[in-house]
Design a binder for this molecule. Structure first.
Ligand SMILES: Nc1ncnc2c1ncn2[C@@H]1O[C@H](COP(=O)(O)OP(=O)(O)OP(=O)(O)O)[C@@H](O)[C@H]1O
Length: 290
């Protein structure tokens, strides 16, 4: 779906991305992780044709972005790291405005907007976007990126800076989109999210690709790791309890994900979530320290 070959991006004499070759395969979620300034956003911007590489080629759906970028963009949805909205428009007005830019017939646009806002659990359609919480704003930006039903989604830190349950909802939503057939590339800092949603992971350091492998291989190489969730609930539940909090530990990311869904649906309070011997985190910290 995306193929970068020998891509370098320089800002004056500074190389932000260096000789990067990387593929995003059809139907997968590829996660890009790396320290601040590693070159993740620059890479994503080149994938969507917002900036051009200084050398090397970017192909999307078999077409060279330098030549056919305009054609390819209709199949692309992009969520920038910062996504300011037009704050004096309501959610509905804002999305309708973008549907007009995409030339969508009004009835089709309404259907699509309703579907997206329902699936994103965003009932505040007539509120001004300027009055929304941070998580709601991010959901509106995601709805905007999905309006034209793109095949390929490029998301720059879709869930960062949000509370843990909202950010989990968003990565879980990405997984649903992947299961519906979309191809997704995203950058992230939260390693549980990466481990839970990504099929493959690319680690960047100082503009270079250090590792790119399947989550399965990374797990195999690095063995068992454990996550711990602490939460509060008025109900009597069958979990261990310490200092008034329920505690659950497991190495199974799927179990952690379903517990987080339960916490959210029952309005329990998530107190903390941490990782013990996280495979990905270990490799990440080790690579970053070198
Ligand atoms: N327009 C620009 N002009 C000059 N330097 C830039 C520009 N954009 C990015 N850079 C530099 O390129 C490097 C890579 O930046 P980039 O935003 O791609 O990193 P990142 O991995 O996305 O970081 P973060 O996790 O903080 O978002 C950084 O050193 C940054 O300062």
């Amino acid at each position: 779906m995306i193929k970068l070959t020998g891509v370098t991006k320089s800002y004056k004499d500074f190389e932000a991305v260096k000789d990067l070759s990387l593929e995003v395969r059809d139907g997968e979620i590829l996660g890009i992780i790396g320290h601040n300034g590693a070159g993740k956003s620059t890479t994503l911007k080149m994938m969507v044709g917002l900036i051009s590489p200084t050398s090397g080629t970017v192909e999307v759906m078999g077409r060279d972005m330098a030549r056919d970028g305009t054609y390819v963009k209709r199949f692309l949805g992009y969520l920038p790291e910062e996504s300011p909205l037009y704050e004096n428009m309501t959610v509905n007005e804002y999305l309708r405005f973008f549907s007009e830019l995409y030339d969508m017939p009004p009835a089709k646009a309404k259907e699509r907007i309703d579907l997206l806002l329902d699936s994103l659990k965003l009932p505040e359609r007539n509120k001004l976007t300027g009055e929304l919480s941070k998580g709601m704003k991010r959901k509106v930006a995601i709805a905007r990126a999905l309006l034209h039903d793109p095949k390929l989604l490029v998301l720059d830190e879709p869930s960062s800076g949000l509370d843990p349950l909202t950010s989990f909802f968003i990565v879980d939503y990405m997984r649903r989109l992947r299961n519906e057939g979309k191809t997704i590339v995203l950058s992230a800092h939260n390693l549980f999210h990466v481990e839970y949603v990504c099929d493959r992971v690319a680690i960047m350091k100082n503009g270079r690709l250090v590792v790119c492998d399947t989550m399965e291989n990374i797990r195999k190489d690095l063995g068992k790791r454990e996550y711990e969730v602490k939460f509060m609930s008025d109900q009597r539940l069958d979990y261990d309890k310490k200092d008034g909090n329920y505690i659950y530990r497991t190495a199974d990311v799927g179990e952690i994900a379903s517990l987080l869904r339960n916490i959210s649906e029952n309005n329990w309070a998530l107190v903390d979530m941490s990782m013990k011997e996280s495979a990905l985190e270990d490799i990440y910290v080790k690579l970053m320290a070198e």
